[in-house]
Design a protein around this ligand. Structure first.
Ligand code: ES4
Ligand code: ZN
Length: 326
């Protein structure tokens, strides 16, 4: 279809992608078998039926369960490589994926097993596919500050492979400031910071992500629209928001794609970007997320290009490289 073709051919950049959320049912079965891990599904159809969520927590419960099939270094490589092949098919030139080490270290998997597998695929992605990347370590906000500190300590021998830290998982009741001291330590180590804020949580959490965690981007941030002063700040600072349209409707942050506010924000001058979040769970990668904006919100070609341009501006690569992407 013509519009898919054009949006697929458009060179894109992805700034909000959970590697564990790119685990397709087919690979889940392959890895379950390879590692002798039991999963509560017997067919791809059954898995797809289970992927119906009423909120973020519904999704997280099934997402953490899916990650149980990831055990040895090669599994983390295969997961990351499959995502990069999708990027190649969809003309995604640069990616800044998240990984959730605590999901795996809690099951007795070494931090180095996880990051070495991911990093080897990212290196191959640069060399064999020409896809550049920066990796972001996410802390699980439903776990303790102490647990996050332990995880940051485990990352220290691998700082050459990590660009930033982030914050994900259950938002409500776990405000950004719970991790102020961990993020301060991460910044001292030379890492940039991002955080999921204002996905299900209030605009107040976006303020504390900015003020207490000193984030360089806000992940989601859709609840900013309810706070006029925050909107003015985001526009003045040109603070990037990594918006995930399919994620937001699957998790019922918006009841319908026609109600999504991304293009309103774009027209108000907010630095909004398009991303896929957990594409294996939410029904689409980068191109599909752009396609739904065209289908449900009548996004124009000029708007699509501005959305990509915002992603380039908001990325953590060198200015020199950004200029080659524009
Ligand atoms: C996530 Cl959509 C979303 N929100 C918060 N945490 C997450 N981890 C993976 N996907
Ligand atoms: Zn996310």
């Amino acid at each position: 279809e013509i519009n898919f073709d054009w949006l697929n051919a458009l060179p894109k950049v992805e700034l909000h992608l959970h590697l564990e959320g790119s685990l397709e049912p087919e690979l889940m079965f392959t890895l379950a078998k390879r590692n002798n891990v039991k999963i509560p599904f017997t067919s791809v159809e059954q898995i797809k039926e289970a992927y119906q969520f009423n909120n973020l927590q519904d999704f997280l419960d099934i997402y953490y369960q899916g990650a149980d099939v990831l055990v040895v270094e090669q599994d983390f490589y295969d997961l990351t490589w499959a995502y990069l092949l999708k990027c190649q098919q969809q003309n995604v030139l640069h990616v800044e994926p998240f990984f959730d080490p605590q999901t795996h270290t809690a099951r007795g998997i070494d931090f180095s097993t996880i990051i070495d597998g991911i990093n080897r695929a990212l290196v191959d992605g640069r060399e064999k596919l020409g896809i550049s990347s920066e990796l972001i370590l996410c802390f699980l906000r439903h776990l303790s500050e102490d647990d996050a500190f332990i995880t940051l300590q485990q990352a220290i021998p691998h700082l050459d492979k990590i660009k930033a830290v982030g914050l994900d998982s259950s938002e409500k009741g776990h405000p950004p400031e719970k991790f102020s001291r961990v993020f301060a330590k991460a910044r001292e180590l030379g890492l940039l910071t991002v955080a999921h804020a204002g996905e299900e949580g209030p605009a107040e959490y976006i303020w504390t992500a900015l003020n207490d965690l000193k984030v360089s981007r806000v992940d989601h941030g859709v609840s900013a629209i309810f706070d006029k002063a925050l909107m003015e700040y985001l526009i003045a600072a040109q603070m990037p928001l990594t918006i995930c349209p399919l994620s937001n409707t699957k998790l019922k942050v918006f009841a319908d794609m026609s109600e999504h506010t991304i293009l309103q924000m774009l027209e108000l001058g907010v630095c909004v970007t398009v991303n896929s979040d957990d594409p294996a769970y939410f029904g689409g990668y980068m191109t599909e997320n752009f396609v739904v904006l065209r289908d449900s919100l009548a996004m124009t070609k000029a708007q699509a290009k501005r959305l990509v341009s915002n992603s380039i501006k908001g990325s953590f690569t060198s200015l020199e490289y950004k200029n080659t992407m524009q």
